[in-house]
Design a protein around this ligand. Structure first.
Ligand code: 26V
Length: 812
């Protein structure tokens, strides 16, 4: 059992760790030393429970959710683990007794940014919920040496810096080189006679070692600790030796570098996802290691593998891990010598697939050429899966060649390639989208033939977010108010937020809520001041748009609103004194190769410098764009926000999860009928949500009629003046060429219909201004947003996955 937690005990353990692990005396210790010693101390308290849970899992053979995800965007661990372990107060006191302010140590942590955005953060929320709900779970992923790049601005433009998060080491990981798995690549396949049975074996060309690093995933104050296992690649000994013995030292070093490249860097969700050999290597590397790990560690040698589906469900987080499907088939058929049909039946029980997008360009395909070179056996297996699947399709629907071509896992054009989403759909026991609208469109538009062929396979699980990190940790003041009002324990039973409805009409409570929001704005101002030298002006509405930079998310629409407001004042049509004071806050990273997105970043910064310095605005319109938006900054920005911008073109944002975080922290949403916005609006009510823009069917209808953005430009004077102002060069020192590509993109292409939704967006923003003028009514609506959004806890998402897909009971 864990030692009893007392302040004295904590101090003693902290000093022991400082002395014996860091090798320094308190008087000589740096902040880094102290941070490590504190982290080790927190670990020490959690580890006994962790070992106990691992033992229990092995003994009970309970069905385990193996979450396969190429990304986990964890955020800082110290805060989270202190809270989960119930160690917050004692640690604060203990460190104070040592003359240390714990806040300084919290700030010393570099967050592990092992994800791009929503998809990676969702994985982190899900494993938090599973631990909190005592569901057996192992998260499997990649220990990237470099996470998502650090964003800086040079001359208002994005410049990427490597994210060297491991420079000081990480106190949270437990490396286990002795539990390494070998992962093979290349080579060829051959058949052989096995006692009268013809079998296939893969003779790989090369291989690497996958070394697991375990991280603790503590549940929220429930004494449970699950595991996140991240794989790191190193050269295999045999591989090195072979080359080394040939006397070619340089070649041996090269081989080592080659192997270590596999887990070197997270792909920053590039604008061209295809044809990246290293990315396919990463994908196979982590799923092959994970399957081998689970089978060797968790399944006894004599187990009946036809019942593997009772032991494990591999949840595929988008298509990135889908190569796991032919890998499990290879293990079962080639290594465990199972019959093909039996192996396929098991495989179909062991996988489920979550789709996270509708954008055709984001649906992963791998060229047959590349797959065949890197994973020849897997390609054969995919071909056989496809052949048998298409045979079944023919049996059902006859020789409808059009249908066969549409449903084939192998595409023939523009080059022969494997459609990973189709493979996942054929193999998965269930396929889910991430919000009601998204799941519906997935069935109706992306995979209708599969929906028809596999009745009951498609389902929805609306995303959620963990209230532990995004309410309790990020917003301690609101959390205090909630606990005072609703009693303790709402963090794990978020439906209890409903209890706030009764207080929305209580003037006293509204005043308390207003004070919390004001305090969060002051805190954000301090953070931004220290970080970037920005100040948040008093009395401003904080209008926030933070998310990855993508054209479909339409940061341009928000820019046009700012530019239009600016133009209306400098042209004298609107008095600055009539403006509702506002600060537009942006946070967004663009994929390094995505030129259009980078130009939008440039424009936001350029508009910001002009607007912020123009005295004619009388300080009533500001633009802040702190660089390097990440989980740590999100935790500061979201609780301070008044208005949440969720303005993607309808039908493009699968779910969004930022939208949920804002609503749960008492921001009102201005948004389209897209992704989970639809469900947020249904829950909070039309009167507490600023809806604008075309619906998805209206978008389709406009495309069908023929979309001409220039006609919208002609039809709306404000729009024309805003675009003309950008085109005039006032935001680029008179140089009209800088933003010309953005302007002509809007006028002549506008794939995401920014201009078509502009008029409606501006009208919604006027409703926002009017509503904000009545602070009391605004606060009431904000409180109702909190009260009605308990549904968006990731605990509820997990219950839905368990009921509809996994069927895993909680651990006893
Ligand atoms: C990937 C790519 C790759 C290159 C081309 C453009 C493009 C556009 C989007 C993506 C995202 C793929 C998957 C993803 O991250 N989806 C996000 O998943 C979140 C969690 O379910 C969800 O809230 C977001 O709406 C969804 O975009």
């Amino acid at each position: 059992m864990a030692p009893p937690v007392t302040v004295d005990g904590f101090v003693a353990q902290f000093l022991r760790n400082l002395n014996f692990d860091r090798g320094v005396a308190l008087s000589a210790s740096s902040i880094t030393d102290q941070y490590f010693a504190l982290a080790y101390t927190v670990r020490d308290y959690l580890v006994a429970r962790w070992l106990e849970d691992q033992r229990r899992l092995r003994e009970t053979q309970a069905k385990t959710v193996c979450y396969l995800s190429a990304e986990y965007l964890l955020g800082r661990q110290l805060d989270n683990d202190l809270l989960a372990g119930g160690l917050d107060e004692i640690a604060t006191e203990a460190l104070a007794a040592c003359g240390i302010d714990i806040a300084d140590l919290r700030d010393a942590e570099v967050e592990p940014g092992l994800g791009n955005g929503g998809l990676g953060r969702l994985a982190a929320c899900f494993i938090d919920s599973l631990a909190t709900m005592s569901v057996p779970n192992i998260g499997y992923g990649i220990r990237y040496e470099y996470g998502i790049f650090r964003q800086t601005f040079v001359d208002a433009q994005q410049v990427e810096q490597p994210d060297a998060w491991l420079t000081m080491g990480s106190p949270w990981e437990f490396p286990h080189p002795e539990a390494a798995q070998t992962v093979s690549f290349g080579g060829h396949t051959e058949t052989y006679d096995d006692d009268g049975v013809t079998r296939t074996r893969w003779v790989p060309g090369w291989g690497v070692q996958a070394v697991p690093y375990n991280l603790m995933v503590p549940g929220f104050q429930n004494g449970r600790v699950n595991t996140l296992r991240l794989w790191s690649s190193v050269a295999t000994d045999s591989f090195d030796l072979r080359v080394f013995n040939s006397g070619d030292y340089e070649e041996a070093v090269r081989a080592q570098t080659f192997a270590e490249n596999i887990s070197k860097v997270l792909y920053p969700e590039d604008s061209t996802p295809q044809g990246k050999e290293l990315r396919l290597q990463q994908q196979y590397f982590f799923v092959a290691a994970s399957i081998a790990d689970f089978l060797s560690q968790m399944v006894p040698d004599d187990a009946d593998l036809t019942a593997l589906g009772d032991r494990v469900i591999f949840q595929l987080n988008d298509t990135h891990p889908v190569i796991a499907v032919p890998e499990l088939m290879r293990v079962l058929v080639d290594e465990k010598k199972m019959e093909w049909d039996a192996a396929w039946a098991v495989t179909q029980q062991c996988f489920a697939y979550t789709c996270h997008t509708l954008l055709p360009e984001a649906l992963e395909v791998w060229s047959v050429d590349l797959l065949g070179r890197l994973l020849p056996r897997h390609l054969e297996i995919i071909y056989r899966i496809n052949a048998e699947f298409l045979l079944a399709v023919r049996e059902r629907f006859g020789d409808d060649e059009m249908r066969i071509r549409d449903m084939s896992i192998i595409a023939e054009y523009p080059e022969r390639s494997v459609r990973m989403a189709y493979l996942a759909t054929v193999a998965g026991a269930k396929v889910n989208g991430v919000a009601e609208l998204h799941s519906q469109l997935l069935r109706d538009k992306v995979l209708p033939a599969f929906d028809e062929f596999f009745p009951g396979k498609f389902t929805n699980v609306t995303n959620g977010v963990t209230p532990r990190r995004f309410m309790r940790l990020a917003n301690p003041q609101l959390s205090g108010l909630l606990t005072d009002t609703l009693g303790a324990g709402w963090e794990t039973d978020l439906d209890r937020l409903r209890g706030l409805e009764a207080f929305a009409d209580d003037a006293d409570f509204r005043a308390q809520f207003a004070e919390v929001k004001a305090a969060n704005k002051r805190r954000l101002s301090e953070v931004l001041h220290a970080r970037d030298g920005f100040d948040v002006s008093d009395g401003h509405m904080l209008d926030v748009m933070v998310k990855r930079l993508h054209e479909y998310k339409r940061q341009m629409l928000k820019v046009l609103h700012v530019v239009s407001t600016y133009e209306s004042v400098v042209s004298g049509r609107v008095a600055a004194s009539d403006l509702q004071p506002r600060t537009a806050v942006f946070g967004a990273k663009a994929a390094p190769g995505y030129q259009m997105a980078k130009r939008i970043i440039h424009l936001i910064n350029a508009v910001g410098s002009v607007v912020n310095d123009d005295p004619r605005l009388e300080g009533r319109l500001k633009v802040l764009f702190p660089p390097n938006y990440n989980v740590t900054l999100a935790e500061r920005v979201i609780p301070a926000a008044d208005l949440s911008e969720q303005i993607s073109l309808a039908g493009k944002e699968a779910s969004g999860t930022g939208n949920m975080k804002f609503a749960l922290n008492g921001a009102l949403t201005i948004g389209t009928d897209d992704g989970a916005n639809v469900e947020i609006r249904q829950l909070v009510g039309d009167e507490n949500f600023f809806l604008f823009g075309m619906s998805e069917p209206e978008v389709e209808a406009l495309w069908a009629r023929g979309y001409k953005p220039s006609s919208f430009y002609q039809a709306d004077d404000d729009l024309r003046r805003a675009i003309d102002l950008i085109a005039s060069g006032v935001f680029s020192g008179g140089d009209r060429s800088v933003f010309e590509p953005l302007v002509s993109n809007l006028l002549y292409d506008d794939r995401f219909m920014v201009l078509a939704d502009f008029t409606s967006y501006m009208a919604a923003q006027r409703r926002v201004d009017a509503a904000y003028a009545d602070q009391d009514a605004w606060n009431r609506a904000a409180i109702l947003n909190i009260a009605r959004c308990g549904f968006f806890s990731s605990d509820r998402s997990m219950r839905d996955y368990i009921d509809r897909i996994w069927h895993t009971p909680p651990m006893v």
